[in-house]
Write a protein that binds this ligand. Structure first.
Ligand code: BGC
Ligand code: BGC
Length: 833
């Protein structure tokens, strides 16, 4: 440990706390934290001295956005959490110092007995599910699905240890991990939090991760250890159709066999807390199930730690609200996650105990369990968070050692599905093109539960010290005298002739709920990836696809089009783990082989219509599949491809009664005298072109555009966008620019219509012949296919003005509506061939 970097702002502790700390130290020895008899004796003493208010306060956990340190002192709260996307002071950029300060403040407040608290140290829980992922700069390990592919129990234990160390640096005590869900149907948006659908594998990892985080029971109070949570008990991954928080319909035996083994193993490894699951079991919410929480978990499985509820999960129990749920207390939840309305929850619970609805024995049992864990974790003797042994040790967060471990985990988790003609490993002096929207995006490679709840809206500067996949490849390739360049969108630098391309694509970040899907067919919303892929195929450049994903999805089209196909899951901050395996050494030999194998079977084609309640997958690669460099067998047959429905594009309205954002209408005789159209009438500088507001169907909903024919140079009427627009998706779907108009006076000369797409981008279409065929004084709707402009040379990836109409001679028309549409009858289309 590098003490020199320890944050020095924590030397001062207030007098009050010093007194409290000395007191704790004097009545404790480390040994006492895990000697069962001493712990139980101590517990009984504590509980018998506590008031009901103090006890109920222990049972409640609020979110840091809704709990101040003062609240902790006044309401005797036993715990706080920071849910996904909550950070100290509401700032994602919060430093280690900020986290420690907040931890100190809550801790100190919990010892403050001025308002009648029992002075019991608070515990702070956080979702450190792939490293200390809410903290900027922390090492981000691959998500659970990737670790499942690595099939390495010891690796998982080491990741637990590293995570616990980084959490300890910030002064937090407790992590809501591991998730030991067995995901049966990968339409579930939390499938990536599941190690595998093999209960045995999940069981061995459950125990490894718990041991990594907590150490043995006797080690839990030592520096660098945190309390673990096995979650979500039970059957979270077994819901029908993979619906988040849905219903798991199984008999008790099957439930325990499939979804219970992980808990058995976690408890054997001394997991101190278990989180109840949002889902139902055979129609009944688990937060209200005494049978599962008390009879099965606490009695049969002999769990003596405490059960924490999930985020307002009690509020979903029949007859309950977020602010009141005696049913869940009776069922066996010990600590309630009531992020916001915890005050009301406390008041209601107090009333329910006083009124006899909840027996005090149940409260005592809950508090006994909570305090038991606090004692075992050494909370009474550890002192102020910032003063603990690893606290503030900045060098540990995102340390070289932890990053190296994460990088190894990435290497071990990669699964090779295809390597035709031995294109991998990349070897020799290659020029490599690296493309795809995942190529240079740590945000995308990290997935959900990363700095925010859904993991979306993260930007490169959120990840100091991290490495993108492109950066990793570039370093590795340059080491063997090759070169790598990043593609821009669907193309690459002129003059760069790649020998091979690595295309990184896949799912965008998501978390619970949002990540649920209807089927398993992957349809890339980043259409540039598809364009780049087909451009590479056209040029005969071999393609290595690297898929970032939280789950197996149907990607037959992508597999068919790739020479090699690698599944990288959600690797986290250490993107160079991918280059480690993909790029050979100088002699051309692999530096690392592929060792990862599928933790779930991989779907081929779906038949959801057959039985909507089943996973509905026909597997192409079975669980356990994964090639290595020694495999010489090719993936022979072309796989059956399923067509993706085209992306739904909404019509883009430019003008309809009024000009819509981001467009503005203008008239101009030349570039130097552009006049924006406003008011009842606007004319160009030369007065040869005027635009007037007219009534079409309703008042002032149309524009009369008139050229008087008295200009030599001509003038133009146009709409321009304040931002550059990418219309390639429209082009792909053969959209057209549709105009509703009425010709007042036929054109006397040439009329050009154009889309402006920047310098050296021209797309003039000669429209006079068309306008002449339209009868005067009659409303018409006609549309020019965007492909006509593209054919004339328009680059529709950068549209500036969607519509420019120019003439020198006399011409007059009224325009009522202008929009881009994908669904116009053929008869309304203007031909350009
Ligand atoms: C929180 C998450 C939590 C979720 C539950 C979000 O607002 O940030 O941590 O899991 O709500 O619905
Ligand atoms: C999730 C839990 C998480 C909690 C706190 C819930 O919505 O289901 O996994 O620990 O929020 O963020």
């Amino acid at each position: 440990m590098i003490k020199s970097t320890r944050y020095s702002g924590f030397k001062k502790i207030s007098g009050r706390v010093i007194v409290a700390l000395i007191l704790f130290f004097s009545i404790n020895s480390v040994h006492a934290n895990y000697n069962p008899e001493m712990v139980e004796q101590r517990l009984e003493k504590l509980i018998s001295s506590m008031t009901l208010e103090q006890k109920v306060g222990q049972m409640v956990q609020g979110n840091i956005t809704h709990v101040t340190p003062d609240d902790v002192s006044r309401y005797f709260l036993g715990s706080v959490l920071n849910g996904g996307g909550s950070w100290p002071n509401g700032r994602k950029e919060s430093s280690i110092y900020d986290w420690l300060t907040a931890a100190d403040n809550y801790f100190q407040a919990s010892l403050d007995t001025r308002y009648g608290s029992a002075g019991i140290p608070i515990i702070w829980g956080t979702d450190a599910v792939h490293g200390h992922n809410n903290v900027k700069g922390a090492t981000l390990f691959p998500h659970n699905v990737a670790l499942g592919a690595a099939r390495n129990v010891e690796l998982v234990r080491e990741i637990g240890e590293a995570t616990a160390r980084e959490v300890s640096v910030t002064g937090l005590d407790w992590v809501f991990a591991p998730t030991i869900a067995v995901s049966i149907d990968r339409r579930w948006g939390r499938a990536y939090e599941s190690y595998s659908d093999d209960p045995e594998l999940v069981g061995s990892y459950a125990s490894a991760m718990v041991l990594g985080l907590q150490g043995s029971l006797g080690q839990l109070s030592e520096p660098g250890r945190v309390i673990a949570t096995a979650k979500h008990f039970i059957g979270d991954g077994g819901t029908i159709r993979g619906v988040d928080q849905g219903d798991t319909r199984l008999g008790l035996d099957a439930l325990l066999k499939i979804h219970g083994l992980g808990y058995k193993k976690a408890i054997e490894a001394n997991a101190q807390t278990i989180m109840a699951s949002f889902n139902s079991w055979n129609g009944k919410k688990i937060h209200g199930s005494k049978q599962l929480l008390t009879d099965v978990l606490k009695t049969d499985m002999d769990f003596d730690g405490f059960v924490v509820g999930d985020w307002d999960g009690h509020g979903q129990v029949d007859g309950c609200k977020n602010t009141s749920c005696p049913q869940a207390i009776l069922a066996g939840i010990d600590m309630f996650m009531v992020p916001k309305q915890w005050k009301k929850f406390i008041a209601n619970t107090l009333r329910q105990v006083r009124g006899g609805e909840i027996p005090i024995s149940r409260i005592d049992d809950a508090v006994r369990r909570i305090l038991r864990v606090k004692i075992r974790a050494g909370l009474f003797s550890k002192g102020l968070p910032s003063q603990r042994v690893l606290a503030g040790d900045l060098a540990l967060v995102g340390s070289q050692e932890h990053r190296a471990l994460a990088r190894r985990a990435v290497r071990e988790s990669l699964v090779l599905l295809k390597n035709n003609a031995g294109i991998l490993p990349l070897r020799g002096k290659l020029r490599i093109l690296v493309g795809g929207d995942g190529a240079h995006s740590v945000a995308k490679q990290s997935g959900g539960w990363t700095l925010s709840w859904q993991g979306n809206k993260n930007i490169p500067t959120d990840f100091p010290g991290a490495t993108s996949i492109f950066e990793g490849l570039k370093k590795a390739v340059e080491d063997i005298d090759g070169s790598a360049e990043l593609a821009t969108n669907d193309s690459w630098r002129d003059g760069f002739n790649p020998d091979v391309a690595v295309l990184v694509f896949g799912e965008d970040p998501y978390a619970e709920g949002v990540g649920d899907r209807e089927d398993l067919l992957f349809c890339d919303s980043h259409t540039d990836n598809l364009r780049l892929l087909s451009r590479l195929r056209e040029r005969g450049v071999p393609v290595v696809s690297v898929m970032l994903t939280g789950r197996p999805l149907v990607v037959n089209a992508q597999i068919n089009q790739s020479d090699a196909f690698v599944v990288a899951w959600l690797p986290g901050s250490e993107g160079d783990g991918i280059a480690d395996v993909l790029v050979a050494d100088k002699s051309g030999r692999p530096r690392f082989d592929f060792t990862g194998t599928l933790p779930f079977s991989w779907p081929d084609a779906e038949t959801p219509e057959r039985d909507t309640d089943l996973p509905a997958e026909l597997m192409i690669f079975k669980r356990g599949y994964g090639k290595s460099y020694s495999d010489k067998e090719y993936l022979k047959a072309d796989l059956t491809e399923l067509a993706c429905a085209p992306k739904e594009l909404k019509p883009l309205v430019i003008f309809s009664g009024t000009t819509r954002k981001p467009f503005t209408a203008y008239v101009a005789d030349s570039l130097d005298d552009i006049v924006s159209v406003s008011g009842a009438s606007t004319a160009s500088l030369s007065q040869s072109l005027s635009v007037m507001t007219l009534d079409g169907d309703v008042q002032e909903d149309s524009r009369l555009v008139t050229w008087n024919g008295e200009s030599d140079i001509g003038s133009e009427f146009f709409w321009r966008s304040s931002s550059v627009l990418d219309w390639r998706d429209f082009l792909d779907q053969d959209a057209a620019l549709s105009m509703t108009f009425k010709v007042i006076k036929h054109p006397e000369g040439a009329v050009t219509q154009e889309i402006d797409c920047g310098v050296s981008c021209n797309s003039e279409l000669e429209m006079a012949p068309f306008f002449k065929t339209v009868p005067e004084d009659q409303w018409v709707r006609a549309a020019t296919p965007l492909r006509c402009f593209a054919k004339a040379g328009a680059d529709l990836s950068q549209v500036r003005s969607p519509f420019i109409l120019r003439t020198k001679k006399a011409f007059s028309l009224v325009i009522k509506d202008l929009r881009v549409v994908t669904d116009l009858p053929k008869s309304a289309l203007i031909r350009c061939d």
